[in-house]
Design a protein around this ligand. Structure first.
Ligand code: KG4
Ligand code: ZN
Length: 339
């Protein structure tokens, strides 16, 4: 069977065609980075309008790459939670309209669970049960993933997401948007021990929560002090930028790694899956590999092209298809995060 997956939760418009054997026949992603760069972050209204313009060409491209006609599609899956309300609506309306016209079933995708499922796709074998860590622009969450359709939230960030912190710190350092890749590139030449930035909750080993807001403020104070001086008024040398980037990245990686290992210890699960845009970070990947080796855990990190938003990971809907979890056409968006 052929599944069409649609993803419009944030600022990537994406579609893919996937078989019931989880073979990816075609995929297309239209990034909006250039539209949001000038604002150094995603502007929800601009994102929603861009999705409207791009959704049909992106679906057409995915079908063309798959060499599949629209009439051959057997089911449609759409990410309806969590995300930006206006963005989610565009994907949902497109999916529902196609389901109505083609008379095929509708499936719902939880975007965060899909990020974890990227590991299942890359592994090409079952990875459940596992601890799942999602580190993206909007979310930083740990799950006990019993099966592909049974995720239990263990904890998450109490303020900013890790990716959000990367984007905001990049802006402070005068680096371009999205901040993750820019910080990663700058950090390669920096000293991760140059600045002792905070590692929230590291002293509470059983607390499965994150906080990145204070870390962001610590970087701001390091650059411009706590007074009224704005970071834009301070000229940083290339070495300072590199050291600040490397020290910030190390602080983020340390807490992500420690809490993920703690989640494995607390749940007794021996497999760990990591996905989301920030999982593309080289330092985080290397630190996770080392920690998994030390704690004798089996680690799967989504390959970089499946870390940032895409529709391929919507293949998780095949599991819902098999479990008979179909949606009616009054399915709604759920923009918010369950804490
Ligand atoms: O998963 P994603 O594409 O979108 C959301 O669901 O939010 O994640 C985007 C986030 C952005 O904050 C971006 O800066 C971050 O992932 N990111 C990275 C890297 N590549 C993307 N963060 C750190 N290092 C990277 N190499
Ligand atoms: Zn995402």
């Amino acid at each position: 069977m052929y599944l069409l997956t649609i993803e419009t939760t944030c600022d990537e418009t994406a579609a893919a065609v996937i078989t019931d054997e989880l073979q990816v026949l075609g995929s297309a992603v239209a990034s909006q980075d250039e539209l949001h760069r000038v604002f150094r972050g995603v502007v929800p209204e601009i994102a929603a309008r861009a999705h409207v313009e791009r959704i049909l060409p992106v679906i057409d491209t995915a079908l063309a790459r798959a060499k599949i006609g629209l009439g051959e599609i057997d089911a449609i899956a759409v990410a309806n939670t969590p995300g930006l309300a206006g963005s989610l609506l565009v994907g949902l309306v497109a999916a529902k309209s196609l389901c109505l016209v083609l008379d095929v079933p509708l499936l719902a995708v939880n975007h965060l669970q899909a990020h974890i499922y990227a590991c299942r796709l890359a592994a090409q074998h079952d990875v459940f049960p596992c601890v799942g860590l999602v580190v993206s622009g909007g979310h930083t969450s740990l799950y006990a993933c019993r099966t592909a359709v049974d995720f239990q939230l263990l904890g998450g960030t109490i303020d900013d997401a890790a990716g959000e912190a990367f984007d905001k710190v990049a802006s402070m350092l005068g680096l371009s948007y999205p901040g993750g890749p820019a910080i990663s590139a700058a950090a390669r030449h920096g000293n991760p021990q140059a600045y002792a930035f905070p590692r929230p909750f590291l002293s509470q080993p059983d607390r499965l929560q994150f906080s990145f807001s204070g870390l962001k403020t610590a970087v701001r104070y390091q650059i411009a002090g706590p007074g009224p001086t704005s970071v834009q008024q301070v000229a940083l040398s290339a070495k300072e930028v590199a050291d600040l980037a490397a020290s910030f990245e190390a602080a983020v990686a340390d807490v992500l790694v420690a809490k993920t290992v703690a989640a494995a210890r607390i749940t007794g699960l021996r497999t760990v899956c990591v996905g989301g845009g920030v999982a593309a970070n080289e330092r985080l990947r290397a630190d996770l590999e080392q920690a998994a080796q030390d704690a004798e855990l089996t680690l799967h990190i989504a390959p970089p092209h499946l870390c940032t938003d895409n529709a391929i990971m919507g293949a998780i809907a095949m599991e819902r298809y098999r479990a008979g979890c179909f949606e009616s056409l009054d399915l709604d968006i759920l923009p918010g995060l369950h804490r």
